[in-house]
Write a protein that binds this ligand. Structure first.
Ligand SMILES: [Zn+2]
Length: 163
């Protein structure tokens, strides 16, 4: 049984075109940026549906510029990282971090969300990866200005150095 969802994760009940499949296994948390500036969860959802022809937004969670944490596919198989979709949760932050940096609110929310998910799935901080750190990925996602090592270190410190 899944534990109750924490209050900081909001579900706006997006509608998907096809039934989603529950994730059986979560080994990684994968961080992304939208790359497009000014895209919120709705715009991203519509783009993935209408332009990519997917069931709906490919990310499991979405963090708006103001730090709001929203459920995309939640705990269902996503469409965000080739060959990792059935064993990871994709978390997307609104923005293009090649050009600017995440907001303070976004980083705070991402840290909180990652800590919650690491505990839920009994994972060490080393299982948090930036999209670009996956094998075969050539893009910079989540952006040149997003320092993954520094982020993992922040999470590690806040979880009490447990891994
Ligand atoms: Zn990405």
């Amino acid at each position: 049984m899944m534990k109750a969802e924490p209050e900081f994760i909001k579900d706006i009940h997006l509608s998907f075109n096809d039934p989603l499949i529950l994730l059986k296994d979560v080994e990684y948390l994968i961080v992304h940026h939208t790359e497009e500036i000014g895209w919120d969860i709705i715009k991203t959802h519509m783009f993935h549906q209408d332009h990519c022809g997917w069931s709906g937004i490919g990310y499991n969670f979405f963090i708006e510029e103001n730090g709001k944490v929203l459920k995309g596919r939640g705990y269902h198989v996503g469409a965000h990282a080739f060959s990792y979709n059935d064993k990871s949760l994709g978390i997307c932050l609104a923005g293009n971090f090649d050009l600017h940096t995440p907001t303070k609110e976004q980083l705070k929310s991402l840290t909180k969300l990652c800590i919650f998910l690491l505990i839920r799935y009994h994972l060490p901080t080393t299982q948090i990866l930036g999209h670009r750190e996956l094998k075969g990925v050539t893009k910079s996602c989540p952006g040149k200005n997003f320092n993954m090592d520094q982020f993992r270190e922040t999470v590690k410190i806040q979880t009490g150095n447990k891994g």
